[in-house]
Unconditional design. Structure first.
Length: 235
């Protein structure tokens, strides 16, 4: 599942992890991304120290046997973690899905952690690139779901997603126990406060925050990329 940051990606991971047939992995390229970019993220040194920093090893893990003898391997991925030097050949070994979010909402959430995000911080560029690559290679439109649609009607959208990837939807995906868990990345204490207190998908807020004037160019560029995938969303 390819998503940008400050989406509902962790809640979506919770939904899939609550299936008895599924094991999840949380942002497996993050340690490599931080080691390579030295991005100023909370707890970066700890993430690098505890994570896998060799992308080839990560790819081998993602395309190998499903851990724990489970049937489904749900891989929560941040699009911008797939740095340009990382091979894309392995994408053919997995089913690629895309979780998108209106950049107005993504920016509003991101600025709570970083007041001046660049377009490159938000993952829209890489999300469009991966989408186009997968579409070209498969000759088909890969599944796309929009965060607002999920929050508005999780049973409907998750049913459509399950149908698209060839698995049976189960209502266990609609709720989960509160709290952090062992499958969360070591960075959870910095980023997951909201999902930690959740037990299901929360209804979307209708109040939309204004994009700060200095971020209007970032928003405009992200919006153009977002709309390309939005046109293909399951709904």
């Amino acid at each position: 599942m390819w998503s940008g940051p400050r989406n509902i990606s962790t809640a979506m991971m919770r939904a899939w992890e609550n299936r008895p047939d599924t094991v999840v992995v949380d942002e497996p390229f993050y340690a490599h991304f931080l080691e390579q970019t030295r991005a100023d993220h909370p707890g970066a040194d700890e993430v690098i120290a505890h994570g896998e920093t060799h992308w080839q090893t990560v790819v081998a893990q993602l395309t190998g046997n499903v851990p724990g003898g489970k049937r489904i391997y749900y891989q929560k991925q941040m699009t911008h973690h797939l740095l340009p030097h990382i091979s894309r050949d392995w994408l053919g070994a997995v089913t690629n899905c895309f979780l998108i979010r209106d950049p107005r909402d993504a920016i509003a959430s991101y600025t709570k952690k970083n007041h001046e995000p660049a377009l490159e911080d938000l993952g829209f560029i890489e999300q469009a690139e991966i989408f186009n690559l997968v579409r070209a290679r498969t000759g088909a439109i890969p599944p796309v779901i929009d965060a607002h649609d999920v929050l508005d009607n999780p049973a409907r959208i998750l049913s459509l997603l399950c149908e698209a990837v060839g698995v049976k939807f189960t209502p266990t995906m609609l709720s989960w126990p509160r709290g952090l868990r062992a499958s969360d990345g070591i960075w959870a204490k910095h980023w997951y406060a909201e999902v930690e207190s959740s037990s299901g998908f929360r209804k979307p807020t209708e109040r939309r925050e204004d994009v700060p004037r200095q971020l209007q160019p970032v928003y405009a560029a992200a919006r153009e990329l977002y709309e390309r995938l939005f046109a293909h969303r399951l709904h």
